[in-house]
Design a protein around this ligand. Sequence first.
Ligand code: CA
Length: 263
Amino acid sequence: MAELSSARPGPRPGDSRPGPAAANGGDDEASRHAAILVVEDQPELIRALRINLQARQYEVRSARTGREALTVAASQPPDAIILDLGLPDIDGIEVIVALREWCRAPIIVLSGRTSPGDKIGALDVGADDYVTKPFAMAELLARLRAALRRDEANQGQPRQVLIGRWLIDLTAHRVVLNDADESERVTLRLTPTEWRILEILLQRPGQLVGSAQILSGVWGPDFLQRTNYLRFHMARLRRKLEDDPARPRHLLTEAGMGYRYQP
Ligand code: CA
């Protein structure tokens, strides 16, 4: 059953998931600070990065393991990620692969690995930049600013998708009934998990997306066999979004393979 509530435009009280700046309609854009996720297992380095980033008005979150990084990024999507490759659990390269299933935020690798092969490997799987340790804080901060600027320029294109009667705004993280009356728009609530699944699918219109790819993007690399999770949440998404959930037209199952968003 759809969870309906009439809501005025703007951020919802109690919504713990901050959307990108555009979520606030523009007015608050200047006052919102970019959130940076620092993934690093050395506490002293986390501390130094936190002090320097906070001094420049960034909001800082940190994770000491790859798994923690995936969890933190999923629960509070960051605007950019500074990522060490040598982590105690999963390798940073795998973290990039898992993040890139759904997360478009710039990733700057900060690593002691200096070989061209390491750099190419990280960039090939989706990192945006690579800074080697030991590093100059000023250079890292300059690269971060550049990455955020590029990302902002790329976000110019509208990220709105229509599924049945629902208009899905991926930037503002809102789903509203696509009717004419802007002032009394009916909002549909999606859970963070439903959002992450939708983002992965909607970014690849018309493409088959493998179950493992979605599972790894949403729950992490340990959950590749949990196709039952995916079936459950896809069924919920269809009940919420499809006009006829029993005969979905947009959120399609490709039996034994995965799912497809059909525009
Ligand atoms: Ca390390």
